[in-house]
Design a protein around this ligand. Sequence first.
Ligand SMILES: Nc1ncnc2c1ncn2[C@@H]1O[C@H](COP(=O)(O)OP(=O)(O)OP(=O)(O)O)[C@@H](O)[C@H]1O
Length: 251
Amino acid sequence: MTDAVIETRGLCRQYGAFVATDHVDFAMKAGDRRALIGPNGAGKTTFLNLLTGQVMPTSGTVWLNGEDVSQVPMHRRVKRGIARTFQLNTLLRESTVLENVQLAVLEHRGQGGKLFGGARAQRDAAESAMEILGRLAMTEHAGRRVSELAYGRQRLVEIAIALALQPKVLLLDEPAAGVPPADSHLVLDVIAALPDAIAILIIEHDMKLVFRFAERINVLVQGRMLMEGTPADISSDPRVREVYLGKSHHG
Ligand SMILES: Nc1ncnc2c1ncn2[C@@H]1O[C@H](COP(=O)(O)OP(=O)(O)OP(=O)(O)O)[C@@H](O)[C@H]1O
C-alpha cells in the first residue's frame, strides 16, 4: 500500500501504432500542488483523460485511493473522488453563480431532478454551494449571472462546479486559459489555497504560473515522463531546457 490518492503504474495508451502515453508511473498524495508540463502533443491531455476514465488504457493501471480503477468508467470514478474541469464552457450563462453551483451539488447528491420539490434539499444545497463559493473568494458574486462576470471569475465557477463533486483529486486543464495576464496569477492563487485534503494537478503552459503554483512538476515528452522535481530541479535540468523550455514552449 502507498499513501497515494491517485497513482498510475506502467500506464500506456496507443492509437494504432502511435504511442500517446508510454509506461507512465505517477503518484500524488493528499494536498499535492502539482503541474504537468511538456511540449505540444506530448500527451498531457491524454494522460488527464486516462486518469478520469474518458480514455481507457491500452495497458497499465490507474489507482484511486488504493483501488484499481483502470476499467471503471468516468462517472463511477467521479463518485470515488476524481473531478476535472474542461476547457469548454459548460456553465448555464444566464443563471446565477449560486444556481449553477447549487445545481451541481444537487446532481452530485442524486437530487438533480427535484427542482420544484424538496425545499429542504434546495436549501441544504444552497448552503453547500455558498461554502464552496466562499473557498474561491466568490461569495460577493453569488447572485450575479455568469454572463456578467469577468472571464477569470467564470473559470472559478467551473472550478466551483468541480468542487461540488467533493473531489479528493482535482484535475485542471489550463485553468487560466483566456484569462487576462493581469488576473491569471490570482486564479492560480485561489486554486492553490483550496483545502489541503485535495490533491490538485494542473496542465499549464505559462511557466510563470507553473512556478508560482506547483510544489512539484512533472515533465511529459512524447508520452514519457521525462522527469519529476521541484521547480528549481526542473528549471535547472538541461534535458528539460532542451526539449521543452528551449524549443517547443508556446506559453
Ligand atoms: N483519439 C485520438 N486518436 C489518435 N491520436 C490521438 C487521439 N488523441 C490524442 N491523439 C494524439 O496523441 C498525441 C498527444 O495528444 P494530447 O492532446 O494528449 O497532447 P497535449 O500534450 O495535451 O498537447 P497540447 O499541449 O497541444 O494540448 C497527439 O499527437 C495527438 O494527435
